[in-house]
Design a protein around this ligand. Structure first.
Ligand SMILES: *[C@@H]1O[C@H](CO)[C@@H](O)[C@H](O)[C@H]1NC(C)=O
Ligand SMILES: *[C@@H]1O[C@H](CO)[C@@H](O)[C@H](O)[C@H]1NC(C)=O
Length: 179
């Protein structure tokens, strides 16, 4: 009886570990608050590049989200040329609800501007570069230094590490109960 109980609680324990492990793997996308505490505002005149500076301090990956918080303003995703000219007539995406979350659903460049007249010209605009998806299961075919960033290599190493320790852990738990 006692050993039966131990085996089943061991199973429950293993299931719990597996569930939390897969949750851990799924929590790969991050949410970024644009402009941190400042939010999405017209930058001060001495800091027109405020949003591109903010973006350059962060590292964006596919499926990360960026959150824009603002009052009496709006946010648009636009083309590169509309970004350059601050054209707000043909947005790819538009929102003015004050709290807008946008998923960066592909790699490459995203162009954001304020849709309020004059705000983009004063620097309320931002380019976000979303990195290529790291391929965890197959190493990049082009191994030459410049193209594979150290960050990506780090991510691959990190992904491999917990899988190994999990397997070792399960083996040792099973071993404990069946000795
Ligand atoms: C991003 O999310 C979509 C939909 O949830 C999913 O199909 C896709 O595989 C995800 N991409 C990455 C790189 O996580
Ligand atoms: C990688 O670098 C080596 C030596 O510098 C060069 O011969 C090779 O063509 C490069 N391969 C690629 C895919 O760039």
């Amino acid at each position: 009886m006692a050993s039966l109980f131990m085996v089943s609680s061991c199973k429950v324990f293993l299931v719990l570990i597996l569930v939390s492990y897969s949750l851990f793997l799924d929590v790969k996308s991050n949410e970024f608050d644009v402009g941190d505490d400042e939010g999405w505002v017209v930058p001060p005149s001495k800091n027109e590049q405020m949003y591109n500076k903010w973006a350059s301090h962060n590292r964006f990956q596919v499926n990360d989200t960026v959150r824009f918080k603002y009052k009496k303003d709006s946010v648009m995703v636009v083309s590169e040329s509309d970004y350059d000219k601050c054209h707000s007539t043909q947005p790819i995406f538009f929102s003015n609800n004050g709290d807008t979350e946008i998923t960066l659903d592909h790699s490459g460049l995203f162009y954001f501007i304020s849709g309020v007249s004059g705000h983009c010209e004063k620097g309320q605009k931002m380019i976000i570069k979303v990195l290529e998806e790291p391929k965890n299961d197959s190493p990049p075919s082009n191994q030459n230094g410049t193209s594979s960033s150290p960050d990506q290599n780090g991510a691959v190493a990190m992904a491999g590490f917990p899988a190994l320790t999990l397997a070792q852990f399960i083996l040792s738990v099973i071993g404990l109960f069946f000795v």
